[in-house]
Design a protein around this ligand. Structure first.
Ligand code: GLC
Length: 496
């Protein structure tokens, strides 16, 4: 009998290419692996654990709404609902040259943005990868690194004539971690998220730390505004699509921002801001249900992730959704089945036992595998973890990836629904600008969010549409800096 062979090549997150080829699955009969029936039995168990019924989702939405309200009413609540001092929407008349620095979960990005008005702009940027050591190293060193990269970038653009010789450019600093702000160019880091742990930063004003680094290196830039990626995304998306009301990030972390009436932010009443004005709120919703864990459907795998993280108890919602954790959830399930003797009997599985070795991008590749034999999945397990798989196992892994990612998308829908319902956007409908690797790269993530919104709201759920947002941390941050300059020039709350 002749054996069939198929092959498939893919570009991996690491930049390597992976070509997989295999014989027909008949060749697998000799392997002492789990059968199709056992795998189907196990799958049913996980389906029950990860499934979210519409009814359960509505309960989450109600609890979520209460947390949002509480965060607006009093300081230091679980969901911090941070007033950003970004007053209202951009006018689309914002113009000029701005620098934007974005300290994200994975990269540092520095940008030169030229706002040309009417939703038009130009951007030039450079990206620097952050190492795991930098994320844990002394905080001031992290800001020094930002300063050094910015200096090199500005020097290059000066030499090329894009920045004037004596020009000091206004700068928007995107720092996407929860910061308590007293004004727009100030922010005390409440806690690190997304695995960062740099000491001597929590409890400190990160703008002051960044300014110190800029001064040390004589960088000709003036920090005008501190923003979060979500606030930047909200503003940038509205700049090009004025129907935008909410912005979300589904990436290494998960968060949302929206525009609130000042009269509905009781905790800043003492500032005496005109109650009819609007202000963007950075929800930091990743913290929803932290510590008490009363509302979210956590499985034992979620609990393990939480307990073994550098921040146990914190970011409960984010830990069920964001790209930093989904791969780890799947890995923990696989390890459980290895321990029970269901998977990979007789094979050396040490490579799978390393925490966080199973990248969320693998789940995405597994779901995208177009071949009947699931060649991509063979490649992943072979190449990265040195184990052989049967077709039944591969189908099981793919189904598991779908369960984990679908739950993440449906929980994301709960967060969006909470804001929509709180703000009364359902009848009129609204656009939600969304960004981040999960949203942009994970197959069907957006469709699953929309399906979730439909399950929560029925037909009206279709009025809420997510779309791929404008670059919040570059363009958005520059627009926020421009809005702030214009506001201060017009003497509107110049101290905020
Ligand atoms: C984390 C951060 C938040 C950020 C989000 C997405 O939740 O705390 O500030 O917006 O990740 O990057």
């Amino acid at each position: 009998m002749s054996s069939r062979r198929g092959s498939s090549t893919v570009l991996l997150p690491s930049g390597q290419t992976l070509t997989t080829f295999t014989k027909h699955s008949q060749d697998e009969e000799g392997l002492p692996h789990a059968t199709k029936k056992t795998m189907a039995d196990h799958l049913r168990k996980y389906e029950a654990l990860f499934n979210l019924t519409p009814q359960r989702m509505r309960m989450v939405v109600e609890a979520f709404k209460e947390s949002l309200e509480l965060g607006l009413s009093k300081p230091n609540q679980v969901v911090p609902m941070i007033p950003t001092y970004v007053f209202g929407w951009p006018s689309s008349k914002e113009k000029g040259n701005y620098l934007a620095v974005d300290l994200g979960g994975t990269n540092l990005r520095v940008c030169l943005v030229t706002l040309e008005g009417e939703g038009k702009f130009q951007i030039t940027q450079a990206k620097y990868r952050l190492t795991e050591e930098q994320k844990q190293d002394e905080g001031q060193k992290l800001f020094d690194f930002c300063g050094e990269c910015l200096k090199a970038f500005v020097d290059t653009h000066r030499a090329e004539g894009h920045i004037g010789k004596d020009e000091v450019l206004p700068l928007g600093f995107t720092f996407s971690y929860p910061c308590a702000q007293e004004r727009i160019d100030h922010g005390v880091l409440i806690r690190w998220t997304k695995g960062f742990g740099a000491p001597n930063t929590e409890g400190h004003d990160v703008v002051a730390m960044f300014r110190e680094s800029l001064a040390k290196m004589s960088v000709p830039a003036e920090v005008v505004a501190l923003t979060c990626d979500t606030t930047g995304t909200l503003i940038a998306s509205h700049y090009v699509n004025p129907k935008t009301r909410i912005a979300c990030i589904f990436g290494t972390g998960c968060n949302a921002a929206y525009m609130e009436h000042v009269r509905d932010i009781p905790k800043i009443a003492q500032l005496g801001i005109d109650p009819d004005m609007e202000m963007a709120i950075n929800c930091e919703w990743g913290a929803f249900d932290s510590f008490e864990h009363e509302n979210l459907p956590r499985t034992k795998y979620d609990q393990i992730i939480d307990e073994t993280s550098n921040k146990p108890g914190e970011q409960a919602f984010e830990k069920l959704i964001s790209g930093r954790y989904l791969g780890e959830i799947l890995r923990l399930i696989i390890c459980e089945l290895i321990d029970e003797g269901v998977l990979f009997l007789g094979q050396n599985t040490y490579k799978l036992e390393i925490p966080y070795c199973f990248d969320t991008a693998f789940l995405s590749l597994m779901e995208m595998d177009p071949t009947d034999e699931l060649l991509m999945i063979i490649g992943i397990f072979n190449h990265f973890f040195a184990v052989e798989t049967t077709l039944a196992e591969r189908q099981f892994f793919r189904a598991l990836a779908k369960l984990v990612a679908r739950r993440a998308a449906r929980l994301s829908a709960c967060g969006i629904a909470a804001i929509v319902s709180k703000m009364g956007y359902l009848d009129e409908g609204c656009s939600v600008g969304a960004d981040g690797s999960l949203y942009n790269k994970y197959p069907n993530f957006a469709e699953r969010i929309h399906e979730g919104l439909h399950d929560i709201f029925g037909e009206k759920g279709k009025n809420i549409v997510t779309y791929h947002a404008e670059d919040g941390s570059g363009i958005g941050s520059a627009i926020v800096a421009a809005m702030t300059k214009d506001r201060k020039t017009a003497n509107i709350y110049p101290n905020l």
